[in-house]
Design a protein around this ligand. Structure first.
Ligand code: ZN
Length: 110
């Protein structure tokens, strides 16, 4: 199942070419894509913070997405997927990584 309408404004989504992702559902009103890379679906998305990844000159937008736990399906950009508790996740993330910063920023918000 794909998103057909924007979860935020209700507008019908269009298909838009987005980099190496190919055609993805996109809201022209909110200027946001709606797609998944790990097979989890949700309409509860919350922006946390943006991070600059200097090595590749990328701006990474950090969101929290609440999902109903389901089977993973990964894109070619994802190497491995597993569920972790927050306590276990913080131990697995590389110190100083964007992943660690994002998790710590999220935990400050709750
Ligand atoms: Zn929208």
């Amino acid at each position: 199942m794909k998103y057909k309408f924007c979860p935020e404004c209700g507008e019908m989504l269009i298909e838009k070419e987005l980099g190496d992702e190919g055609l993805i559902p996109y809201c022209n009103t909110c200027k946001k894509p709606y797609f998944e890379k790990v097979g989890q679906r949700s309409d509860k998305l919350r922006y946390i913070k943006s991070y600059y990844y200097e090595k590749h000159e990328l701006l990474m937008l950090g969101y929290l997405m609440k999902v109903e736990k389901g089977d993973f399906s990964k894109s070619i950009e994802v190497d491995e997927l597993k569920w972790f508790s927050f306590d276990d996740a913080i131990l697995k993330l590389r110190c100083g990584s964007i992943g660690e910063k994002h998790l710590l920023n999220y935990l400050k918000c709750i």
